[in-house]
Design a binder for this molecule. Structure first.
Ligand code: TXA
Ligand code: MG
Length: 345
């Protein structure tokens, strides 16, 4: 592969580098770029062949549609039709930002982008590099998260390099602007239903969504646990295995924090007795509690953030999953987290 890595300032990206990347987009090649949520792997939305290269590079099933990224509201009319008033009201307040809307698709959007559906997912990313790239390319950019299918989404340019460094048949530029801001993917709401339906929880809380939409919005049961996989999921992508490290990971869940510590301790000791090499993925607060036990305080720990500040957890979650794979242990033990619609544990 020809993977060219270009460092850019996240807030004030170098024009020459953005121009070089936009030439790639115009010529039908791929550009991995930062958004406020995770890195995306982009191509020209109106070039079906270029978009197919995204699926090939990621190993993504063709029925899992892409999100179209726009820089200005006027571009919405190039990719969607019959846009309901409520959608326009919402995006005027929420964009640029981590909210993706499902809308009826314009016939100009190739079927490769939407996986053959008659709807299209659209958002405007709140990242100066993403916005500069879209504007300079003069076209909306179709992009899923830039990870290989099944891997945790990339929140650092290094994650993208990790996933694609071994490939040798892709022409691609990676715009390295350091860590993304949120670290979890955009909230997806289906506006083709009345009332609108939440398809994928993300950075917005349910209260924020209700106030933003100022109308009833359907929160399906599967979304109540926060980010996760569910059979009933309506965004096709959520039916596939994702966010997964290669190392086996056990997630310990408990409603009450005091009992959670006890349950974690017992689970860890159980597996230590089986002579397994273990690493822990826990918050700083939980680490402080578990350090009191001598059996545990020598184990490798990946701090996934601070319980009192959920944003620190969101931004390091995917990096923590990737770090686990580098520790060479048999098993990771994590505490369950609820990120998204119902708030934080
Ligand atoms: O934050 C994000 O949304 C990131 C950045 C790069 O923008 N992108 C992202 O893309 O997470 P991806 O491909 O990993 O997730 C897109 C999700 C998938 O679950 C896909 O099935 C769903 O959006 N989706 C796309 N088009 C859809 C449609 N027409 N109807 C329902 N779901 C759709
Ligand atoms: Mg993804």
């Amino acid at each position: 592969m020809v993977l060219k890595v270009r460092k850019v300032d996240p807030l004030n990206p170098d024009e020459a580098i953005i121009r070089e990347a936009s030439e790639y987009i115009k010529r039908g090649h791929l550009v991995a770029f930062p958004t406020e949520t995770v890195y995306g792997l982009g191509a020209d939305t109106f070039n079906g062949e270029a978009c197919l290269r995204i699926f090939k590079a990621k190993g993504r099933p063709p029925d899992n549609p892409l999100i179209v990224h726009i820089a200005d509201l006027s571009e919405l009319y190039r990719v969607a039709v019959n846009i309901p008033d409520i959608a326009l009201r919402v995006v005027r307040r929420a964009w640029p930002g981590p909210l993706t809307l499902i809308l009826p698709k314009s016939p100009d959007v190739p079927r490769e982008v939407t996986g053959g559906r008659n709807t299209v997912a659209v958002r405007s990313p709140a990242h100066p590099v993403a916005l500069a790239l879209i504007r300079s390319s003069g076209t909306p950019i179709a992009a899923p998260s830039a990870n290989k299918s099944g891997r945790p989404s990339p929140t650092l340019a290094e994650h993208v390099i990790e996933d694609y460094a071994g490939d040798n048949d892709i022409e691609m530029i990676l715009l390295d602007a350091g860590p993304t801001f949120f670290g979890v993917e955009s909230t997806i709401v289906d506006m083709t239903r009345n009332p609108p339906v939440l398809l994928r929880p993300g950075p917005f809380t349910v209260e924020e969504l209700r106030s933003l939409f100022n109308t009833d919005i359907v929160i399906p049961e599967f979304a109540r646990g926060g980010l996760g996989e569910a059979d009933a999921a309506l965004a096709p992508g959520t039916k596939y295995r994702h966010y997964a490290p290669r190392t086996r990971l056990i997630v310990v869940e408990c409603e009450d924090y005091g009992s959670l510590i006890m349950l974690l301790r017992d689970t860890i000791i159980d597996y230590l007795n089986k002579k397994l090499k273990i690493a822990l993925l826990i918050t700083k607060e939980t680490a402080n509690e578990l350090m009191k036990y001598s059996e545990i305080n020598e184990l490798p720990i990946i701090i996934i953030g601070y319980r009192e500040n959920p944003y620190t957890i969101a931004s390091s979650l995917f990096d923590s999953l990737r770090s686990l794979d580098k520790l060479n242990v048999d098993l990771g033990i994590a505490r369950a987290l609820r990120i998204g619609v119902l708030g934080w544990p």
